[in-house]
Each structure stands twice: as C-alpha cells, then as structure tokens.
Write a protein that binds this ligand. Structure first.
Ligand code: NAD
Ligand code: UDP
Length: 317
C-alpha cells in the first residue's frame, strides 16, 4: 500500500517496543526520529536502522521540552519493568507527567497527531474481569507501583484535557503485557526472566504461589494495532485495550517455557511483590470493532521466537 511519507517521532524508540515500532514505520516509508535517554533502552536495539537516511537517533530526556518538525508522535518513553520503574520512582512520575506535557505541547505547536502508550496498570489490581475500557480501575495511589500506575493515569488525563481544551488529535492505547525479541535480558519482567533462567539452567523464580494471571501479547501484534490506531480519524481517541485475551497463570508460563527450551531448570518460589495484580485479561471488543484487529500469534509460537532470540543473545556473550 502506498502511504504519504510522514515525519514521525518515537519517544522511547530505543526500547523494546519502540525499536520494533521504528522498524515498522521505516518499512512503511516514513521518516523516523527516535528519541531516547537510554535509561532502559539501548543503541544496539536500533543499530541496524542507523544506515537508513530516513532514520535519526537523538539522545534526549522527555522531561525536557523538545522542538522538532513532526507530523505524528508516538509517546513510549517510560521504563516498563517494575524493577526499573521502581528504581527511581520520582523520575518515573516525572517522565510520565512532564514527558506527556512536553510531547503534547510539541504536538499542539506542530499540529501533529499524538499517541500515548498507556497500560493495563491503569486498572491496578482489577475488581472487574476481564477489563474493559469502561472500568475505572483499582489503583493504590501511595504504593510502590503508584509512580507508574498513577503517572500513566495522569498522562491519560492530560491527553484528554489537551483534546477537550485545544482540540488536539489524540490516541490512547492501553497495552497489556507484551513480549518478544529485544526485551532486555535483565529487565526483570516475567517472560524474559523465565526464558533466561531456563536457558541458563537456573532456578525459575515464581513470585508467590504463581496462580496470579497475565495475558501475553506478541510484539508484532501490538505494533500492528498501534499503527492502525494512529491511522484512525480525529473522532477516534481511545482508550483502546490492546493485548491477547488468552490468560495464563505464572505457573502455566513457567511450564511452557521449560517445555519449549527443554530445560532441566526447577521452579522456586519467592515472595510476591507488594500490590502485584492477581489477575489481568483484556476485553478487546473495542479494538476488534474500531481497528478490525485481533492478535494472531499464540503464546507458544511467540515464546518459541523469543526463546530463539535470547538463545542467540546468550550464546554470543
Ligand atoms: P522499555 O523499557 O524497553 O522502553 C522504554 C524506553 O523509554 C527505553 O528505551 C528508555 O530508555 C526510554 N526512556 C525512559 N525514560 C525516558 C525519558 N525520561 N526520556 C526519554 N526516554 C526515556 O519498555 P517497553 O516495554 O518497550 O515499553 C514502552 C512503552 O510501552 C512504555 O511507555 C511502557 O509503559 C508501555 N507499556 C509496555 C508494556 C509491555 O508489556 N511491554 C505494557 C504496558 C505499557
Ligand atoms: N513474576 C514472577 N517471576 C519473575 C518475574 C515476575 O513470578 O521472575 C510475576 C510477577 O509477580 C507478576 C507477573 O509475573 O505477577 C508479571 O510480572 P511482570 O514484571 O512481567 O509484569 P507486571 O504485569 O507485573 O507489570
């Protein structure tokens, strides 16, 4: 399909999701400006794109204002792993809130469309299951996860206020746990932890009983949905849940990883982190209706691809 070439800004573009998004935007013929402070992202994630004249990489922190010419902005800058976002919680809130304001101001000055990478964490430890966009959530405002959860909630508020106050073209996507190649091997998230542990033959760390659930979406499916949402007209703002509604316990996930890696690793239990949501599963009716989207990659297939990535990465160490 022929597309008009656009100048697209991706904040957090050197991270896991951002690097895949940059790749897909270039493949669509656009110019891409990738902005990142390299807190959790890496130059290596986008090194293969640097030779493309339509790709630019800028070290910049979104908590500071930015002046660039753009047609579209994807705002992904924010550490996503609980280990990382809790390391400097004040900075996490600043990234979410000041970062959103700076990017919204930029969008307003340039007349650009702007998409926010929000999260299923806005539902907190949900009392409603599965979670639809109408549910307002159950979030602890003063706990260890609050810098991220409340930061993302405030960013959503800002997006909708810029829309109401200034008529800005906004899109908000609520991302449920997404995994795939280029997750950081040490970022502490469950899929990367289990795979790395299994490949190294180390104990697989189950937090709590392992009966808590998550729904895992493969990265390619998520990026496709983000692109489709950005392409919608001015009347479509979201929030839209994007995730794979197949729900698994952490014990299910561990057994699947062991099976697919052929590892002899054993399961060990570790304390459940404070405020860890007990269950999470997206209602994706809205994404189906608005975007004609649904996930296409089953967990078993996505895990096999991700295991291939980590196997190559760890063998190269
Ligand atoms: P990631 O940690 O790999 O990527 C985040 C990127 O943002 C990194 O490259 C990091 O260096 C950069 N960054 C952080 N703070 C910054 C700042 N102040 N200025 C500029 N850059 C900054 O995580 P990811 O999984 O790729 O997540 C990307 C976005 O999607 C995040 O906003 C996250 O909250 C959201 N999200 C991800 C998931 C998921 O399961 N992967 C789920 C829900 C929401
Ligand atoms: N988890 C686990 N072992 C690990 C890492 C995480 O059992 O080594 C659990 C964690 O307690 C949570 C789930 O896996 O219940 C998903 O954790 P993750 O950090 O990937 O993302 P979250 O959905 O909690 O933001």
């Amino acid at each position: 399909m022929r597309m008009t070439r656009k100048r697209v800004l991706v904040t957090g573009g050197a991270g896991f999701l951002g690097s895949h998004l940059c790749e897909r935007l270039l493949a669509r013929g656009h110019e891409v400006l990738c902005v990142d402070n390299f807190l959790t992202g890496q130059r290596a994630n986008v090194a293969h794109l640097l030779g493309d004249a339509r790709f630019e990489l800028l070290r910049h922190d979104v908590t500071a204002p930015l002046e660039v010419e753009v047609d579209e902005i994807y705002n992904l800058a924010c550490p996503a792993s609980p280990v990382h976002y809790q390391h400097d919680p004040v900075k996490t809130t600043k990234t979410n809130v000041h970062g959103a304001i700076n990017m919204l101001d930029l969008a307003q000055r340039k007349g650009a469309k702007i998409l926010q990478a929000s999260t299923s964490e806005v539902y907190g430890d949900p009392a409603v299951h599965p979670q639809s966009e109408e549910y307002w959530g159950n979030v602890n405002p003063i706990g260890p996860r609050s810098c991220y959860d409340e930061g993302k909630r405030c960013a959503e508020t800002l997006f909708f206020d810029y829309r109401r106050q200034y008529g800005l073209g906004i899109k908000v996507v609520r991302i449920f746990n997404t995994y795939g190649p280029r997750m950081h091997p040490q970022d502490g998230r469950v899929v990367s932890n289990f795979i790395v542990q299994a490949l190294r033959g180390e104990d697989i760390t189950i937090y709590g009983e392992g009966t808590q659930t998550r729904s895992f979406c493969y990265v390619d499916d998520l990026i496709e949905a983000m692109l489709r949402l950005m392409d919608t007209g001015h009347d479509v703002t979201g929030p839209v849940n994007i995730g794979n509604p197949a729900e698994f316990t952490m014990l299910d996930l561990a057994h699947l990883v062991i099976e697919l890696t052929g590892s002899a690793a054993r399961l060990v239990h570790r304390p459940l982190p404070e405020d860890d949501p007990r269950q999470r599963c997206p209602d994706i009716a809205k994404a189906r209706a608005l975007l004609g989207w649904q996930p296409t990659v089953a967990l078993r297939d996505g895990l096999a691809r991700t295991i291939g990535y980590f196997d190559a990465l760890l063998s190269a160490d």
